[in-house]
Design a protein around this ligand. Structure first.
Ligand code: SAH
Length: 249
């Protein structure tokens, strides 16, 4: 794994990154660097844009940071495994947590689905995107997970690419070793990891899911996990068995 400088401040900038490039800071970025991190002109931070890897950038500005001068690339752009986190959204702070943890766990896209027992009907996509960027900045993640608009459960099923592996985390499944279950699958065309709402899946949803092609009904052990806990557990298992935790490089 290339050297990851966890101490240097890291900022997402929506601009092309190349040597000598100047990037104007937005007000909130200038405030964060100047007032929160108390950095000043001449000091360096790390920046990324989700496409061009990670670069060193020097702060410029007389009274306060107002732009960055891009100097050298510190890490090349990487690619995330094609793992979509498909989940019944929770409310507010718990949704923030779900989004940030899914990003840390390496999900490449976030797809809220509205199931029968989902407790929220609207999802703030801008807030989700801000959480994706914050988690990436904090953890040195260079690829930005895509945030999809929420869709009703049946539309998600009818629209999804059926060659993808559907990992259906079912709280009603018989307990069996999830790692062995995952290792027995082929996930050539990407993986959808599905987590239900606090109220679990409705019976008709479970029946529909079990009729889908390429569906793995996965138990996450003998105890019921809260939805946000289940998301982290499921993504850890999927990354370990079929993702980029395998150390295959
Ligand atoms: N009806 C319970 C279960 C909801 S848990 C309740 O109201 O608390 C929310 C989601 O987390 C489930 O739909 C499932 O996707 C996942 N989950 C939780 N515990 C699980 C387990 N032991 N095995 C598989 N999935 C689980």
């Amino acid at each position: 794994m290339p050297e990851l400088d966890l101490r240097a401040p890291r900022l997402f900038v929506d601009a092309p990154l190349s040597p000598g490039q100047s990037v104007t800071l937005e007000q909130n970025q200038s405030n964060y660097l100047g007032n929160v991190l108390r950095l000043s002109a001449g000091e360096s931070i790390l920046v990324f844009n989700g496409r061009d890897g990670e670069w060193q950038a020097e702060i410029a500005g007389r009274k306060r940071p107002d732009s960055l001068t891009i100097t050298a690339q510190t890490r090349p752009q990487d690619r995330l495994p094609d793992i979509a986190y498909v989940f019944a959204p929770l409310k507010h702070a718990r949704l923030d947590y779900m989004v940030q943890k899914a990003v840390e766990m390496g999900a490449s896209s976030l797809q809220p689905v509205l199931t029968r027992f989902t407790q929220v009907s609207r999802v703030n996509g801008e807030r989700m995107r801000a959480n994706v960027i914050e988690a990436a900045e904090q953890c040195g993640i260079l690829s930005l997970a895509e945030v999809a608009e929420p869709v009703p459960f049946d539309r998600f099923l009818s629209q999804r690419e059926s060659r993808r592996l559907l990992v259906f985390c079912d709280e009603a499944a018989e307990v069996e070793n999830p790692l062995e279950a995952l290792q027995g699958t082929s996930a050539a065309a990407g993986i959808d990891v599905l987590i239900g709402p606090e109220g679990g899946f409705a019976e008709e949803e479970r029946a529909l899911l079990l009729r889908q092609p390429q569906t793995l009904r996965l138990s996450l052990g003998p105890r019921i996990l809260r939805a946000d806990t289940a998301g982290v557990a499921a993504l850890a298992l999927v990354q370990a068995a079929r993702g980029d935790w395998g150390g295959s490089g």
